[in-house]
Write a protein that binds this ligand. Structure first.
Ligand code: BES
Ligand code: MN
Ligand code: MN
Length: 455
């Protein structure tokens, strides 16, 4: 393929450009980085223009902007909408990074930086694949790009943008590289993603912090109470105890379970990689099933009382926690948040008052495996990896996938090139050079096969 040759002759420049993108700390969660997030949108815009896109625009939203661009070559050809995000997760705790998060560095053939994989590295593969197709005159589809800056904080404004721009975003399929594969010699394609319900809770005891000696033993401690409430949300089988929580969960058929468990998975290597002596989870399910097909409840953060240096003998007036629930088809984010709220209020003892504040959420999705887009992606990966990809279910969430289906009536294909070892959201996030280049090599095949199969 001509695009492969083009890639071979431009490898270093592609990497240099990605490095420049990775140097901008586009942390959407932290307002202190607001200028950087905007600067990143500008960078993406410039690169889309340089690659040959038309109508490139920074579209303002109530939050961070969406970068749009397109190349319509022939109305008789199918149109592919590429979605990605240019924002990244916070990099703290910084002291755990071997090299600074926004100074990309290569070690062992891997790019180390926040966003290296999620999603700057993967998103940028699409811009470079597009450039390669433009330069070699091999565009097989019309293309549209929509690159957002709020994915890591819940994409609150993207839905509004989609509804307001239905005509502009019209496409036959959405192509996304923001997920992982089983391994570099075990390509796979996610055909499911979990949804999310996210809440913050506040437990209030006495009207102020108290002396823990004078009052301790006589007044309920909100941290103790909250810890007990959280612990009580799983039973001895690690089932979630919220009444009705599993009611809408779609059971996976015995055949599908067997199929999912056929994917190669090395439990010992998994434990070793994470430094744990054993895995944990819902009784009766394998690790792959637990992350791919079952819902969860996790405390993401908990605080209250005194956490400074030394000790302070205090009985705190308040305790807080952030709690996330990963959802599977057919659970609803809103309904789950309601169930959680009702439950949390009902189990709170009289000695405290509680408040539940819902944050962002997202719906779970399943994408078909008997579709043209899946087959085109599978064939593209088979061509460049020399192996048929295995359909898998990803444990993470990309809330806009369900939204695209609902608002635009378009299905997505999740052709991700990351790996579990990439440490997304963790210190020392990385992305393999192999994966970056393999993505750029594979993407043009997707367009070719998709266009052929649509005929
Ligand atoms: N790219 C990830 C999602 C992902 C990663 C899916 C690996 C499958 C495999 C995405 O950027 C992400 O982190 N999403 C958030 C969702 C959110 C902040 C609403 C998540 O899953 O926590
Ligand atoms: Mn991502
Ligand atoms: Mn992410």
């Amino acid at each position: 393929m001509q695009t492969t040759h083009y890639l071979e002759t431009n490898k270093q420049r592609f990497l240099d450009e990605l490095f420049e993108l990775l140097r901008i700390p586009s942390i959407s969660a932290d307002a202190a980085y607001s200028d950087d997030v905007h600067r990143t949108a500008e960078y993406v815009k410039d690169k889309l223009i340089a690659a040959g896109a038309d109508k490139v625009e920074i579209c303002q939203t109530a939050g961070y902007p969406i970068v749009y661009g397109e190349k319509m070559i022939d109305p008789s050809l199918p149109t592919v909408l590429v979605y990605g995000h240019y924002d990244v997760q916070p990099a703290v705790p910084l002291e755990l990074w071997e090299t600074p998060p926004f100074e990309p560095t290569i070690r062992n053939e891997r790019i180390y930086a926040r966003g290296a994989c999620d999603d700057k590295g993967q998103m940028y593969m699409h811009i470079k694949a597009f450039e390669a197709m433009m330069q070699t005159n091999t565009m097989a589809c019309n293309m549209k790009f929509m690159i957002e800056g709020e994915e890591e904080v819940g994409s609150a404004n993207l839905g509004i943008f989609c509804v307001a721009n239905k005509e502009r975003l019209k496409a036959d399929v959405v192509l996304i590289s923001d997920t992982s594969m089983l391994g570099n010699d075990t390509p796979s394609i996610d055909v499911g993603l979990r949804g999310l319900s996210y809440v913050e809770v506040e437990v209030t005891g006495p009207n102020k912090d108290l002396h823990s000696g004078v009052y301790g033993g006589a007044v309920a401690n909100p941290i103790n109470i909250l810890a007990k409430m959280i612990a009580g949300m799983h039973d001895e089988n690690n089932h979630i105890t919220i009444p009705g929580f599993y009611d809408d969960v779609l059971d996976v058929s015995a055949e599908d379970r067997a199929e999912l468990n056929k994917a190669p998975f090395d439990l010992e290597a998994y434990k070793k990689e994470l430094g744990i002596a054993d895995v944990w989870g819902e009784k009766g399910y394998t690790t792959m099933e637990r992350t791919g097909t079952r819902p969860t409840l996790d405390c993401n953060g908990i605080w209250g009382g005194y956490i400074g240096e030394g000790s302070k003998t205090v009985l705190p007036g308040k305790a807080f926690a952030k709690i996330s629930m990963r959802l599977v088809p057919n659970q609803s984010s809103e309904k789950t948040t309601e169930m959680f709220t009702k439950y949390f209020e009902s189990v709170a003892p009289k000695t405290v008052t509680v408040q539940v504040r819902p944050h962002h959420g997202g719906e779970p999705v399943l994408t078909p495996t008997d579709s043209i887009e899946f087959n085109a992606a599978a064939k593209a990966m088979e061509t460049t990896f020399g192996k048929k990809p295995i359909p898998t279910r990803g444990g993470g969430s990309i809330p806009i996938v369900a939204l695209f289906e609902k608002e635009l009536g378009v299905k997505s294909v999740l052709m991700g090139f990351g790996l579990d070892i990439d440490a997304l959201h963790s210190p020392n996030e990385s992305y393999g050079l192999f994966n970056f280049y393999k993505g750029i090599e594979t993407i043009p095949y997707f367009y070719k096969y998709y266009s052929d199969m649509k005929k």
